[in-house]
Design a protein around this ligand. Structure first.
Ligand SMILES: *[C@@H]1O[C@H](CO)[C@@H](O)[C@H](O)[C@H]1NC(C)=O
Ligand SMILES: *[C@@H]1O[C@H](CO)[C@@H](O)[C@H](O)[C@H]1NC(C)=O
Ligand SMILES: *[C@@H]1O[C@H](CO)[C@@H](O)[C@H](O)[C@H]1NC(C)=O
Ligand SMILES: *[C@@H]1O[C@H](CO)[C@@H](O)[C@H](O)[C@H]1NC(C)=O
Ligand SMILES: *[C@@H]1O[C@H](CO)[C@@H](O)[C@H](O)[C@H]1NC(C)=O
Ligand SMILES: *[C@@H]1O[C@H](CO)[C@@H](O)[C@H](O)[C@H]1NC(C)=O
Length: 276
């Protein structure tokens, strides 16, 4: 009766998909902090089951599978670190399946998306930190680090300017209406779980509106200089270019100009004579 109840409970657990949340009481699990080092172990103490094999999951992903009939199954995670941290499940392929859960836990590993964020005056500044470790961060905190070394916590919604959005993996601080004087500086995001707190620093640089225009002005200046250079070049090129036709013209000019001036001079003398 009792055994049947347990089986029904196990079946219900599997059916409801909540299998990753608690171990079968007949399975002794050892976490990697135990005497076995970085080896995860499940020991099925009830030897009345026929075992067709084992499966190991990390989260919902299968990481190992075998067709072994042993009552003990192990999985080597090599090292306890941020990458290996997670919730592991060993599954005995019995009827019904029996599972054991082992949590490989580490303190949060907080990283800033970008160590320096830039924002324009009047715009919204966004700073983001994440932690990919298990267990997830229970509480995220943001602090403003002042030049005098003091640290003030930032409260969500303050002045309708500071907004904090957090999930277990990620936190985002938004500052609306950026002000160069008030907002430029260093910010700290701290994430905590049961094992501890770690933090990361993000520097926020606020550019003035004018500074935001500089790249544009630079392009305009470049275009003006380029156009000027092309214009001058074209102007100076025209006389030099002197195709053959132009050369002949010069010769003609050379020949005719003195004639013309002579003619003008003659005309002048004629006029002078006439007038006198
Ligand atoms: C498995 O569990 C049984 C019962 O608690 C114990 O006697 C046995 O030593 C364990 N085996 C290992 C390898 O831990
Ligand atoms: C676990 O894996 C590491 C690295 O692959 C290896 O050095 C170590 O000997 C393994 N431990 C066992 C018990 O197999
Ligand atoms: C593993 O963590 C979950 C919550 O994430 C908890 O419900 C469960 O009891 C833990 N299991 C063990 C064996 O510590
Ligand atoms: C901050 O406040 C906004 C609403 O103003 C809310 O949506 C958000 O979840 C809050 N964040 C935290 C970390 O409480
Ligand atoms: C954390 O990220 C993982 C994927 O990287 C996702 O499966 C999980 O749901 C996230 N957890 C939370 C609490 O956001
Ligand atoms: C934030 O975390 C760091 C460790 O990374 C710690 O030194 C510091 O005291 C924490 N700050 C607060 C206010 O908890």
């Amino acid at each position: 009766m009792n055994g049947r109840g347990l089986i029904v409970a196990a079946v219900l657990l599997v059916l409801s998909g909540r299998q990753a949340e608690c171990s079968d009481p007949r399975i002794i699990t050892s976490s990697p902090d135990g005497p076995d080092g970085e080896i995860l172990k499940c020991n099925l103490t009830d030897h009345s089951f026929q075992i067709a094999g084992h499966q190991w999951f990390k989260g919902h992903k299968i990481v190992h599978e075998d067709k072994d009939g042993s009552h003990i199954t192990t999985y080597n995670i090599t090292e306890v670190n941020v990458e290996s941290s997670g919730q592991y499940t060993c599954k005995f392929l019995t009827v019904p399946d029996l599972i054991g859960v082992i949590n490989v836990t580490v303190p949060p590993s907080v990283l800033a998306y970008k160590k320096t964020e830039h924002g324009n005056e009047g715009d919204t500044g966004v700073m983001t930190c994440k932690s990919n470790s298990y267990p997830f961060v229970e509480q995220w905190m943001w602090y403003r680090s002042s030049e005098d070394g003091s640290i003030q916590p930032l409260v969500n919604g303050t002045d309708e300017r500071y907004y904090i959005k957090s999930t277990g993996n990620k936190t985002e601080l938004r500052i609306h209406q950026l002000d160069i004087e008030k907002d430029q500086g260093e910010y700290i995001c701290n994430g905590s779980n049961v094992l501890g707190t770690t933090g990361a620093t993000v520097a926020l640089r606020v550019r003035s509106r004018l500074a935001a225009l500089w790249p544009f002005l630079g392009i305009v200046a470049e275009v003006i200089i380029l156009v000027t250079i092309i214009f001058i070049y074209e102007k100076r090129r025209k006389p030099d270019e002197a195709p053959e036709g132009r050369g002949n013209l010069f010769d003609e000019d050379g020949g005719s100009a003195p004639l013309k001036s002579n003619a003008a001079a003659n005309h002048e003398t004629v006029r002078q004579r006439n007038s006198s």
